[in-house]
Design a protein around this ligand. Structure first.
Ligand code: HEM
Length: 413
């Protein structure tokens, strides 16, 4: 028996802005319809800022397959997501970054960036992150009632990105302002117009080369130092430096803030899960962090370009067609998850797609998980209660699943 076709609005900004907080802010019924009835669905867009059309894949197994098959589903033929222009898309005027490369270029760039993510370097970051967590929770306790997204979710990932990249303290306010601008280009509460986004991209690009020069003269344990060294050895071009910085600026901080914010919202909605986390607050289990990242699905999707004509679920995909991996749907596919709509901090296995699964899978996933773990440990150990002080309010965007406002009141332990 087929289900009646709902009004499908899975890639519209207002679907997410007005999301239902009892379904994680996601249109889960529409996702389920697609998975069951139209697993390869053609989405047409009419907004000039968006791509023209894309085949939407919503089942977990399809997304898993597409993400891994970089020969048939290319990353280097233009388009990163549903937006027509992104700073890391060289085909449409941006700069080349790891995520928009393939083959040897991708391996070379990933190899360079990997040098800044060794266990030794992550260990050093851990000490810094503890320091930030203490300060963030100190300030939150002083306030008592505040917007969790801004006062807790925002602070740690931004400083962490500053450390990872090697941005000096004095430059962080302007750097973080650009990062915020990229995070919500269609939400006028955050970014007044698209021109502001373009201006921020321009300023960040200029700053990338200044930062490269600084780290050349004063090397550190950070990504920029590794990138500059690679450049000077002939292993990374000027354009790749700029592209990779733009990738980190647009992908590393907002996503972690989003995961923390949706995670906190669910903890407050599920007191037994909050109690479980409190019992484990001295050493929060990895399963808890991964479950928050699953339900948050910080990026709803990414896209690839088909390199050859082929069929998917009876649809004729042509070379050059855009194929959209709807991670947010795959993360709730009952074919892959037991009771996918339950928020279960002990979920194991948890094959979520939020970090990707193929050769481009998130390079910073351990850093993101570490930030979340340390921050939540500090917060839970020093409070006895965290309660909502108002309704959750989502960012108006169909790609990045930010939270605009999550009012909370905390009581000291
Ligand atoms: C919860 C937080 C985060 C989420 C949900 C996330 C998600 C993603 C996703 C979906 C991809 C693309 C995967 C694919 O195409 O298969 C990606 C790639 C990437 N991420 Fe993250 N990310 C997060 C945090 C971070 C952080 C903190 C960093 C750096 C410190 C980072 C650095 C990168 C880089 C460099 C890539 C490109 C990898 C490549 O193309 O080979 N991410 N991330």
């Amino acid at each position: 028996m087929t289900t009646a076709r709902p009004d499908l609005r899975i890639l519209e900004v207002d679907t997410y802005a007005n999301g239902d907080p009892t379904t994680f802010g996601l249109p889960l019924d529409q996702y389920e319809y697609l998975q069951n009835e139209e697993p390869c669905y053609l989405q047409e867009f009419s907004d000039p800022f968006l791509i023209d059309r894309a085949w939407v894949l919503s089942r977990h197994s399809d997304i898993w397959e597409i993400d891994r098959n970089v020969e048939l589903y290319a990353t280097d033929r233009g388009s990163v997501n549903m937006w027509k222009v992104t700073p890391i898309d060289p085909v449409y005027g941006g700069m080349p970054a790891m995520l928009s490369m393939s083959g040897d270029d991708h391996r070379r760039n990933r190899g360079v960036m990997n040098r800044a993510f060794t266990p030794n370097m992550v260990k050093k970051l851990e000490e810094k992150f503890r320091g930030y967590a203490v300060e963030i929770v100190d300030r939150a306790l002083e306030k008592g009632t505040f917007n969790f997204v801004h006062d807790i979710g925002h602070a740690m990932p931004m400083e962490a990105l500053g450390d990872v990249l090697g941005v000096p303290e004095a430059d962080r306010p302007k750097f973080f302002a650009w990062v915020d601008t990229f995070a919500a280009p269609f939400d006028t509460r955050v970014t007044p117009s698209f021109d502001h986004v373009l201006a921020a991209i321009g300023e960040l690009m200029v700053y990338s080369t200044e930062l490269a020069e600084l780290r050349r003269n004063e090397p550190g344990d950070d990504v920029m130092t590794k990138i500059v060294q690679a450049h000077d050895e002939g292993n990374m071009s000027e354009d790749e430096i700029i592209g990779n910085v733009a990738l980190l600026a647009s992908g590393a901080a907002e996503s972690t803030r989003t995961a923390l914010s949706h995670g906190m919202h669910e903890l407050m909605r599920n007191p037994e899960q909050m109690a479980f986390l409190r019992e484990n607050a001295h050493d929060i289990p990895a399963t808890a962090i991964q479950e928050m990242v699953r339900i948050a699905s910080p990026f709803t999707h990414l896209v690839r370009t088909a390199t050859a004509d082929h069929e998917l679920h009876g649809k004729h995909i042509k070379e050059g067609d855009i194929v959209l991996m709807l991670f947010a749907a795959g993360n709730f596919d009952p074919r892959a998850f037991h009771e996918p709509r339950a928020f279960d901090l002990s979920r194991d296995p948890n094959p979520h797609l939020s970090f990707g699964r193929g050769p481009h899978q998130c390079l910073g996933k351990h850093v993101a998980a570490l930030e979340m773990k340390i921050l939540l440990e500090e917060l839970l150990q020093r409070t006895k209660d965290i309660k909502p002080a108002g309704d959750i309010n989502y960012i108006r965007d169909a790609y990045s699943r930010g939270v605009y406002d999550l009012p909370v009141t905390i009581t000291p332990a």
